[in-house]
Design a binder for this molecule. Sequence first.
Ligand code: LIP
Length: 276
Amino acid sequence: MTGSTPTPQELLTIAIDVARKAADTAYRMRGEGVVVAATKSTRTDVVTAADRAVERQVLDALATLRPDDPVLGEEYGEENGGGATGPTGGGVRWIVDPIDGTVNYLYGLPHCAVSLAAEVDGVVVAGVVRNVFTGEEWTATVGGGAWRAGQRLRCSTETDLGQALVATGFGYDAARRSHQARVVAGLIGHVRDIRRLGAAALDLCLAAEGRVDAYFEKGLAAWDQAAGGLVASEAGLRVAGLRGRPAGPDLVLAAPEALFAPLHDRLDDLDAAGGP
Ligand code: LIP
C-alpha cells in the first residue's frame, strides 16, 4: 500500500488492529492502578499515564505500519509522517484519542474508548471506536456503513422531540459548564430525558445504533469526534453544527433527520454553540 492511497477498508483493517491492542493496554493499566500524570486546561482536565502510554503505542504502531502518515493525537499533537520516503502516504492522516472519557477511566466507569480514525485528503474515511472495559467495537468506512458485532447499524427512527433521549456532555471550564447547564435546563422539558455519559466517541456510537436518539456537545476536538462522527453518519444520523456550519468545536449535533431541525432550532435558541 506504500505510496498509493489505501482503500477505506484497508485503512480500517489497520485501525482495528491498532485500536484493539491499544485498548488492551488501557485495560491492563487500569487494573494496575490509575496514575494521574498531569492536568491540562483545568484541575479537572486530567491526563493519566495510560492516556500517554496508549497514544505512544498507537503512534509507534502507525510509524511501523504507515511510516509516511502524520498522526494527530490528543496528548502529543501532530506528529508528521516522514519516513524514508517523506510524507508521501497518499494524503492519509490518522486521528487518535487514546482514551476518550478519561475521567470515567479514572473513576472506573465503563464508558471510555480508544478512538482511531483515518482521513484521506482531510476527509475521514475509516474509523473504529472500542470500549476499553466492555470490548464493544464500532467501525465504519465512508459509504460502507457502520457496524458493531457484525450487525449493520441504523439510527433511531424517533420523530417526536418530546420522546427523544438526548445525550450531551460538558467541558472542563467552569464558566463553559455553567453555560452548558443552562442550555440543558432549557432543553430538558422538551425531550424525553438527557443522558450525560462522559465520552463523546461512545455517545456518537450509541446514537448510531439508537441507544440514544440524538447527541450534541460544544467543545469537542477532532480526536473526540473523528471516528464516532463517521460511525454516526454512516448509521443515518445527520452530523453537523448549527446554522449550516460543519460539526466542530462550536457544536456537534448528531440526530436523525426527523429530529434534526426541531433539536437544532431549540439548541440555537438556547445559544448552545455560544458561551465561553
Ligand atoms: C471527554 C469527551 C466528553 C466530554 C468530556 C471530555 P476526554 O473527552 O469525550 O464528551 O463531555 O468533558 O471532554 O477529555 O475524556 O478525552
